[in-house]
Design a protein around this ligand. Structure first.
Ligand SMILES: *Cc1c(COP(=O)(O)O)cnc(C)c1O
Length: 473
């Protein structure tokens, strides 16, 4: 057996590789040129009988894995939501993996538990979240949202935790979203026994924001029909266009009808760290829960999603279940296993704490401003160019646009899809698409620490070149 002291793991080779990776961010194609099955086909059907030398494993990492990896760290990754892991956070991840604590009870992880409290109090302070709210880290906004909706169900006082939802007479529970809401809310409704058909899609205004009047009408009609409104999910920064639901007006309706309000600010909430964008979270102080993703726009690697809740005792009541082997003498200590489905939890607070200290609030603000500025500049280039158009307001770092020469709508969809595929096939930049009011839209998202103006210029040049070559002549 190998002992730790005798390991052949060449940590220096790993470190050198990581340093080189960060030093030369344009080194790889953004989208690898591989086909489905290529990676699996390059690997043997079964694991080796005898252990292999570390160098052989690492050689294959470099030869097979890296070239088949979509490079989310590439400065010209503009698809979905562009993210980036700061080197300091990668160092923290290596240390967290080394300590490998299971942060479930305070006693299994005193530092991980208390660092999570501190780092989330710091983050909450930067976002203007009230001190009496409680922050908990989950892997993703999807799981944080599921957790918030489970608490919303518990808050109804219908004894669902004990009695369940089947074999008894309960009203249908209703959750209010819009067509722009992230799909995890519907998945949570499926998992919580609420049912997809009880997820109500409230109409939006012309700028893709939930209409408060329509919400009020939906809730009142549901009450008349004998349904039980359970939760409203407001989005600050929707996935397609980064539109911002009118949280203050929605909070008023939530309060009047005693309905849980969850604010999904996974991407855009981080921008509230900027004084000029503090208004993004206006009204959130009257919500019941709020999620932001440091792994999306705050330079922390996947995964780190921060849920803030007003009533931590309710969240504990929803999930706390203590078998004998986990009962502890520290009666008043914080045990994060009481706040969700997961028992063992990674030491995710370490990378968040490293990032907050490394950049400082000023450093984070400077990067966010740079990203927003680059997106606004790109939008101006699109606006100023004949045959190109902007398709939605772009208050933050995402721009939805398309190439729109005078052609039929169905032609434009085909044309823009082929422009996107042509750009992505170069390996020089990577963008994605969405649909807005039925129109096929190209989508450029900026959020990478290493993206510079010259990278955005290259993307714009590639787009115009592709538009010319893909146009019907
Ligand atoms: C990205 C995003 C999500 C999903 O985040 P995960 O952490 O990947 O689950 C949910 N909602 C919004 C608004 C998002 O931008």
């Amino acid at each position: 057996m190998e002992s730790a002291a005798k390991t052949d793991v060449d940590f220096e080779r790993v470190t050198r590789w990581i340093e080189r990776y960060f030093a030369d961010p344009h080194r790889y194609r953004v989208m690898p040129s591989v086909r489905p099955g290529d990676v699996a086909g390059a690997l043997p059907a079964s694991p080796p009988e005898a252990g292999e030398p570390f160098d052989a494993i690492f050689d294959d990492f470099e030869r097979i894995v890296v070239p088949a990896t979509t490079q989310w760290k590439h400065p010209r990754f503009f698809a979905y939501f562009a993210t980036s892991a700061a080197p300091v956070a990668v160092a923290a991840e290596a240390l967290a993996a080394t300590l490998d604590v299971k942060a479930m009870l305070w006693r299994t992880s005193p530092a991980a538990t208390e660092l999570e409290e501190v780092a989330l109090r710091w983050l909450g302070g930067l976002l203007g979240i009230a001190l009496d709210w409680t922050g908990v880290i989950y892997d993703t906004a999807s799981i944080a949202g599921f957790t918030a909706l489970a608490a919303a169900r518990e808050a109804l006082g219908l004894e669902i935790r004990h009695e369940g939802m089947t074999g008894r007479d309960l009203p249908a529970l209703r959750v209010y979203i819009t067509d722009e809401t992230h799909s995890h809310v519907e998945k949570a409704a499926i998992a919580l026994g609420i049912g997809q058909r009880n997820v109500v899609r409230v109409p939006c205004d012309a700028e893709f924001r939930m209409s408060p009047d329509a919400l009020r009408d939906s809730i009142e009609a549901d009450l008349k029909a004998g349904f039980r409104p359970m939760a409203i999910v407001a989005t600050v920064g929707t996935t397609s266009t980064t539109s911002i639901d009118p949280v203050p007006a929605l909070a008023e309706i939530a309060r009047r009808h005693k309905v849980w309000l969850h604010v999904d600010a996974a991407y855009a909430g981080i921008a509230a760290i900027l004084p000029e964008f503090r208004g993004l979270l206006a009204g959130a102080e009257r919500a019941d829960s709020l999620v932001v993703n440091p792994h999306k726009w705050m330079f922390v690697p996947m995964d780190c999603s921060a849920l803030f809740v007003k009533d931590a005792a309710l969240l504990r009541r929803t999930f706390s279940l203590i078998p004998e082997y986990l009962s502890v003498p520290e009666a008043d200590a914080l045990n994060y296993m009481d706040y969700g489905l997961q028992l063992g939890r990674r030491f995710r607070a370490l990378k968040l704490w490293f990032v907050l200290r490394h950049f400082g609030a000023e450093g984070i603000r400077a990067r966010l401003r740079e990203h927003i500025g680059l997106a606004q500049e790109f939008a101006r280039w699109v606006e100023a160019t004949p045959d190109w158009e902007i398709l939605a307001p772009h208050p933050l770092s995402v721009v939805c646009f398309r190439y729109a020469p005078r052609l039929a709508e169905s032609e434009l969809e085909r044309l823009n899809a082929s422009v996107m595929h042509a750009v992505n096939a170069t390996g020089e930049a990577f963008i994605s698409h969405t649909k807005i009011d039925g129109k096929y839209a190209l989508r450029l998202a900026i959020g990478n620490l290493r993206t510079e103006r010259s990278d955005v210029e290259v993307a714009w040049e590639l787009l115009r070149r592709a538009a010319k070559s893909q146009s019907p002549s």
